[in-house]
Ligand binder design. Structure first.
Ligand code: NAP
Length: 262
């Protein structure tokens, strides 16, 4: 049986095993997907263990950049890797967060084309989302550590993305790609003008209503959590690992089961 895992730190909240097991069961494949939560010093030992007995793994916070030196080939164009395929001990990296995010917009009938987007965060998920949104939107990135935003814009050669000046921007869309909200913290920076705000997207799915989304609901804005992104980035990973593709009907059925679990 093929073996896969999610690696990260403090990730007990993750629904990845549940979603991957739903996808493979729906596709009629037998494989196993487990969580491996450990701290940064243990990364080399865990990579060795994965190389020895696994067919691939997903990577989440805070290892999406740390994993890159271990790869033989890196196919991610975002400077962050969330999916690794293992073939005869050789590691190949990919990023399915950006495409997963875009598929989730379509799934929720959202179109960000030409919109002014405030992206919160500059970690692995934010990199992947910025890379995709920069192609069709005007993006402002706000992050606790501003230098990381400068690095993303330079490294990814983003043309339509700037460091957010919270006091002057009027975004149509807010996307939260920070970890603020996982433990009930508010991710929205103070002083933002929301006169033009239409849509609030939080990449967090557990809890399904973060303080940001509760606020958006209270303001009568369209609000979406990260559950569909979770599903689509997992589907993209399974396509890479096992060639799995599912019909839209099956994808909607899995989504319903995910919603029921949450
Ligand atoms: P990451 O690389 O560790 O990045 C974490 C981000 O959160 C950084 O921007 C960091 O700011 C910010 N942050 C952390 N603690 C903070 C604090 N106390 N105050 C302000 N900012 C803080 O993590 P990631 O992999 O990008 O994940 C980020 C989020 O996206 C997580 O909540 C994760 O659940 C979500 N996500 C969802 C999906 C999905 O499929 N739905 C997929 C991927 C990620 P600094 O740079 O200043 O440290």
């Amino acid at each position: 049986m093929k073996k896969y895992a999610l690696i990260g730190q403090n990730i007990e909240y993750s629904y990845s095993p549940f979603v991957h097991n739903l996808i493979t069961a729906e596709a009629g494949f037998e494989s196993e997907y487990t969580l491996m939560s450990f701290d940064a010093v243990s990364l080399p030992a865990f990579v060795d263990r994965l190389k020895g007995g696994y067919d691939g793994f997903n990577v989440t916070k805070p290892f999406k950049q740390d994993i890159i030196p271990y790869l033989y080939t890196n196919n991610s164009q975002t400077g962050a890797v969330n999916t690794v395929d293992i073939n005869a001990g050789i590691l190949t990296g990919y990023n399915t967060d950006g495409t997963g995010f875009l598929h989730s917009l379509k799934f929720n009938n959202l179109d960000f084309y030409g919109k002014d987007v405030l992206l919160l965060g500059a970690g692995g998920a934010a990199r992947a989302i910025a890379y995709e949104l920069d192609k069709t939107c005007n993006v402002s990135i706000y992050n606790r550590t501003t230098d990381k935003v400068k690095i993303i814009i330079k490294e990814l050669n983003l043309k339509n993305t700037n460091i957010a000046d919270i006091t002057s921007i009027k975004p149509h869309v807010i996307v939260n790609a920070t970890t603020l909200g996982l433990k009930d913290e508010m991710s929205l920076p103070e002083g933002l003008n929301i006169d033009k705000l239409e849509i609030v997207y939080d990449t967090i799915y557990n809890p399904h209503m973060t303080p940001l989304l509760k606020w958006a609901k209270g303001c009568n804005k369209v609000y979406v959590n990260g559950l569909s992104m979770l599903l689509f980035q997992a589907l993209e990973a399974q396509k890479i690992w096992q060639g799995i593709t599912l019909s839209e009907k099956k994808i909607r059925e899995i989504y319903k089961q995910l919603e029921a679990k949450i």
